[in-house]
Design a protein around this ligand. Sequence first.
Ligand SMILES: *[C@@H]1O[C@H](CO)[C@@H](O)[C@H](O)[C@H]1NC(C)=O
Ligand SMILES: *[C@@H]1O[C@H](CO)[C@@H](O)[C@H](O)[C@H]1NC(C)=O
Length: 193
Amino acid sequence: MFCYVIRKKKTMKFLIYLVVFVLLFNGLTANRVENSLVQKYCNQSSQYGERHFYKFCIASLEENVESRKARNVDDLTLIGTNNALSNLTNVKRIVEKILNERKYKSKLSKKLLQNCLKLYSEGYEALTSALKYIKMHDLLKLSFRLKKAKEAASICEMGFNGDNQQISPVMKENEVLFDVINIPYMFNFNRHR
Ligand SMILES: *[C@@H]1O[C@H](CO)[C@@H](O)[C@H](O)[C@H]1NC(C)=O
Ligand SMILES: *[C@@H]1O[C@H](CO)[C@@H](O)[C@H](O)[C@H]1NC(C)=O
C-alpha cells in the first residue's frame, strides 16, 4: 500500500514534468516560427530601404505580442498598420500638447504644427481605410492609403525647413513614424512588385 502511494506520487511528478516540458517546447518553437517570419519579410523589405530599416522593422514588429501569432505576410501587414495607427496617435497627441501648452517657438511654428495636426487626421483616416483594404485584399488601394499616411509625417516635417528658420519640435517622432508606416507599406509593395 505504502509503495503504491509513492509510485503514484512519482507518476504524478513525472506527468507534471511532461506537461511543463511540452508547454515550454511549444512556446519555443512558436517563437522561432514567429521570428523567422518577421525576419524574412523585414529582410525582403530592407533590400530597397535604408540600411537601418532591417533592425528597426524587426524591433518594431516584435514589440507587438500579436506578431507571435502571425501566420503570413497578411497578418504582419495588419500588425504593422495597427502599430502605425498607435504611433501616429501618439505623435498627434504630442503636437496637441505643444499647441495647448503654447510651447511653440513662434507664430509660424504654431501655424505649421496646426497644419501637422490636419495631416495626422488625414493620415489616421488613411490608415483606418488601409485596415479595411488589408481585409479586402485590395493591395493597390492599400498601397495608396499607406503612402498617403507616410506623407503625413514627411509633409509635416517639410514645413519646418531651413528657409523659414523653423525647427520642428517633433522631427525625431516624424522620422520614426515614417519608418513605422513604411513597414506595412514595404511588405505590401513587395507582394505586387
Ligand atoms: C537577407 O536575405 C538574403 C538572401 O535572400 C541573405 O543573403 C541576407 O544575408 C539576408 N540579410 C539579412 C540582414 O538577414
Ligand atoms: C513609435 O514606434 C516606435 C517603434 O515601434 C517606438 O520606438 C516609438 O517609441 C513610437 N513612438 C511613439 C511616439 O509612440
